[in-house]
Ligand binder design. Structure first.
Ligand SMILES: [Zn+2]
Length: 410
């Protein structure tokens, strides 16, 4: 290539510190598929050490490496870079030369990586890989490295109120635990499993000072989680999440009673059919019912005293989370438990007995108004992320993407 052309190409493509030595086009059926560019180092460039960023005194050795760059028109571009290791007066041993356009051990230029990363937010990895003719693994690696750098290590950044919740990665098989800042709605940490050890590893990742600043933690009624919180943050109040308690009540009381009542009704009767099909009607939030369904519900409850009782107590259970005065909350919870125990309905009595060991976490809500609905939509967003990243099992990358999807409000 003539010298003028070489300089022009270098200026156009900005491989700083290098000039184009040689270009090869690979054609197929009359179209250029690949452009291969060989670069030659500019002997007059200032050598920079990647260890300290300072000026280096000389070249130690050179190794050639092929890296991908942005496409030129429709052709993919491969660049052969003589990669120098330099001698630095400040750093021990030879160091890789610092280049403005290529990260240290990257197989693609910084500008290609930036474009790949932008696409990763809107397209599944495989589509991004296909678009640039890259491997699936190198696209993921580029995005992962970017997320690591963006999000940094786990830090509370002043969070005082935490929420701890779990979600399923693979229904019934794999779970993960997520910790969020309740006030700024930011996902702080995601860990494998939903075990006590998982929660422990979160608290261990924090500095002692950070642990001391935590005032309250909102959780599902879970004794194992609670023990870990008490161990690492003895000053923090435990607050039970309304949503989880009501969901548990729905499963273990309302639906249990509905099934028992169905069994008591004569087979083949129309009432039995109504009962057996009314699960969702009973468990759904009343405010979400259509007027027609509301009538249906009224009719169902009117003929079934036990269902009526557990339904009314469900509404009152939710009210326990509305108190803002600790004393009033305490009185209300005790009254609710008394009513449940007096109901004569075994499933309800069992639930009330169990709730007695958890009263403090409901009462604490009067002071610390925490609820996981702050993270509403997290499960939907996780489903989208799962789809986007289909075909890999790199939990670490998956968790980084979840953290990135919930950056929080300032
Ligand atoms: Zn150095």
């Amino acid at each position: 290539m003539p010298e003028a052309d070489s300089k022009a190409t270098t200026a156009l493509f900005g491989w700083d510190g290098y000039s184009v030595d040689w270009v090869e086009r690979v054609e197929r059926l009359g179209t250029v598929q690949w452009v291969r560019v060989r670069l030659a180092p500019d002997p007059e460039r200032v050598l920079r050490c990647s260890g300290c960023g300072g000026t280096a005194t000389g070249v130690h050795d050179v190794a050639h490496r092929w890296v991908r760059d942005l496409p030129i028109f429709e052709a993919n571009v491969l660049v052969r870079v003589p990669r120098c290791r330099v001698i630095c007066p400040r750093c021990p041993g030879p160091k890789l030369e610092e280049l403005a356009w290529l990260d240290r051990y990257s197989r693609m230029t910084r500008r290609l990586a930036q474009n790949v990363i932008r696409l990763c937010y809107v397209l599944p990895i495989q589509q991004v890989a296909d678009y640039y003719g890259l491997s699936w693994g190198s696209v993921k690696a580029a995005h992962k490295a970017h997320l690591h750098q963006e999000l940094g290590p786990v830090s509370l950044q002043g969070a005082r109120l935490l929420l701890l919740d779990e979600f399923s990665i693979q229904k019934g098989h794999r779970y993960a635990t997520v910790v969020a800042d309740a006030e700024r709605r930011r996902v702080l940490w995601v860990g494998r499993d939903r075990s006590r050890a998982t929660v422990r590893s979160f608290f261990r990742s924090l500095r002692a000072k950070e642990r001391r600043q935590i005032r309250a933690v909102g959780i599902d009624m879970n004794a194992a989680f609670e023990l870990e919180i008490q161990r690492f943050c003895p000053q923090a109040a435990i607050v039970y999440d309304l949503f989880h308690v009501v969901a548990k009540y729905g499963r273990s009381v309302i639906d249990r009673v509905r099934i028992d009542e169905t069994a008591r009704v004569e087979a083949g009767s129309p009432h039995r059919k109504v009962l057996s099909q009314s699960k969702w009607l009973l468990l759904r939030n009343r405010s979400n019912l259509t007027p027609e369904h509301e009538v249906q519900l009224e009719e169902l409850l009117a003929v079934n005293q036990n269902l009526m009782t557990v339904y009314v107590l469900n509404e009152d259970l939710k009210q326990l989370w509305r108190h803002t005065d600790t004393k009033q909350a305490q009185t209300a919870v005790a009254a609710w438990i008394r009513r449940a125990q007096a109901s004569g309905i075994p499933a309800l009595q069992r639930f009330a007995r169990n709730l007695m060991t958890y009263v403090h976490g409901i009462v604490a809500h009067a002071r610390w108004q925490l609820n996981t609905s702050v993270l509403e939509g997290i499960n939907n967003k996780i489903k989208v992320i799962k789809r986007m990243a289909y075909g890999y099992r790199d939990d670490e990358y998956f968790f980084l993407r979840i953290r990135a999807a919930f950056p929080g409000i300032r």
